[in-house]
Ligand binder design. Structure first.
Ligand code: TYD
Ligand code: MG
Length: 424
């Protein structure tokens, strides 16, 4: 420790000989607007914040087989069709394999060029020589450089390779999209470090059992995060789903233990079904198992139901599932989650035309939910007739002049009232 400190002091003293750089007056800096390209895929554009920014570095993460290569090949084909010079660096698949996929996706492959190469110096040399505006690297885990040790895919290799690409992206104004494989339990296999290096991190998610895929922005220097794009995988690649609600509510059947959730994901509101099953537990510590909901939130909601609403959950196992494999991150899902659990315990249905949203606090109160107007709009559009919402949201809706013709808006202050009111 001490030795390190000494070395640092010496290094600091040495910098005294370096000429001090001039300071820049921010006022004199010309702010250019970002040079954005539409990818030709509306759902991808939405998640990127309006399109691909020239000279940016984007990381697309997702489990193997989710459709990363398909999505990006479609993007390249669209960009090429629009006259943008593109190249696909393919270290994972042979040119013949890429060609086979391309044949499923489009009639021809136009001017799309391929670089079957994994050594990053060679990739960089190609990007410096050839005129390219968008480059996809599939995948970053196949890249390697002789500069550092370790096999391709190791943290040091990935970091070094990305560093090279970052430089060439900025210097030559090339938008570089990196594919990164994700392991089941975490983000990119190994290098979380990449998240800090790149401008945009996108996560491609989905459920093997379903054909739709969600594209989320986890980080975006040029747009908002938490934006969601929805796609459906078909026989000819991925197709954008502009109205995903119909997808998630497809086969909902009103029954006890089911409630509708209006969750705001990025700039849009998605409706989905949340299901709960409450069964007597044989365990000393009853189970709280959730899929698509945060475990801690679920345990908290169950605890509030026990303590503040007086439900007997202490000796019951609680299982929760969000239909369709959607993952809810919106705290306003608390209220429908609580209703689903109470509904299962009491074996009383939440009527089909009823929806609710709001965050539940430990005190048993239902708190204000952001973007209430958006939620109401979507619920009205889908034909819900009664919406239970936090009192402040009702106030806000009135102030904003949000009209919901034919829809009864019921304000809730405490979770207890909502449980009593909904489950009659
Ligand atoms: P892929 O893009 O190879 O996934 P990743 O690059 O994330 O590993 O897509 C894999 C799956 O998608 C594969 O199981 C085949 C399927 N698929 C279709 O269903 N339709 C299509 O048109 C294409 C190209 C792929
Ligand atoms: Mg792939």
């Amino acid at each position: 420790m001490i030795e390190e400190a000494l070395v640092e002091t010496k290094a600091g003293a040495a910098t005294g000989t370096v000429a001090a750089p001039a300071l820049l007056l921010l006022d004199t800096v010309v702010s250019g607007s970002e040079d954005r390209m539409s990818t030709g895929l509306a759902e991808l554009d939405r998640v990127l914040g309006g399109g691909l920014v020239a000279g940016s570095l984007v990381l697309l993460g997702g489990e193997p087989g989710i459709g990363k290569s398909t999505l990006l090949l479609q993007m390249l084909l669209e960009l090429d069709r629009g006259g943008v010079p593109v190249v696909l660096v393919s270290g994972e698949e042979s040119p013949a394999q890429v060609k086979m996929r391309a044949r499923r996706l489009a009639e021809g492959t136009g001017g799309l060029r391929l670089l079957p190469e994994t050594q990053v110096e060679k990739v960089v040399a190609s990007l410096e020589r050839d005129s390219v505006s968008v480059c996809v690297v599939d995948s970053v885990q196949t890249l390697w450089t002789p500069e550092v040790g370790g096999a391709a895919g190791s943290v040091s290799q990935i970091r070094e390779a990305t560093g090279h690409l970052l430089r060439v992206a900025k210097e030559h104004n090339v938008a570089v999209v990196l594919v990164g494989h994700v392991t089941k339990d975490g983000f990119l296999a190994g290098p979380r470090v990449l998240e800090h290096m790149v401008d945009v991190v996108l996560a491609f998610e989905g459920d093997r059992a379903h054909s739709y895929r969600l594209l989320r922005s986890v980080k975006n220097r040029f747009g908002s995060t938490n934006e969601v794009g929805v796609f459906q995988m078909g026989t000819r690649g991925l197709e954008g789903v502009p109205d995903p609600t119909s997808l998630f509510l497809e086969d909902t059947e009103p029954s006890s233990g089911s409630a509708i959730v209006a969750s705001v994901e990025g700039s849009r509101c998605l409706l989905a079904e949340i299901q709960a099953l409450v069964v007597p537990s044989g365990l000393a510590v009853p189970r709280r198992v959730g899929r698509g909901v945060d475990r801690n939130r679920m345990a908290m909601v169950a605890a509030v139901l026990t303590r503040k609403v007086g439900l007997r959950l202490a000796d019951q196992d609680v299982f929760v599932n969000v239909a369709g494999g959607l993952t809810l991150e919106d705290p306003a899902s608390d209220l429908p989650l609580a209703l689903a659990i109470a509904s299962s315990l009491q074996e009383k249905q939440v009527p089909a035309e009823v929806a609710a949203f709001g965050e539940v606090s430990l005190t048993g109160h239902v708190r204000y939910a952001a973007q209430g107007g958006k939620r109401l709009q979507e619920l009205v559009r889908r034909g819900f007739k009664k919406v239970w919402l936090p009192q402040r949201n009702l106030q806000e809706a009135r102030e904003q002049g949000i009209v919901a013709p034919g829809v009864e808006l019921l304000p809730v202050l405490e979770l207890r009232e909502a449980v009593k009111g909904v489950l009659v």
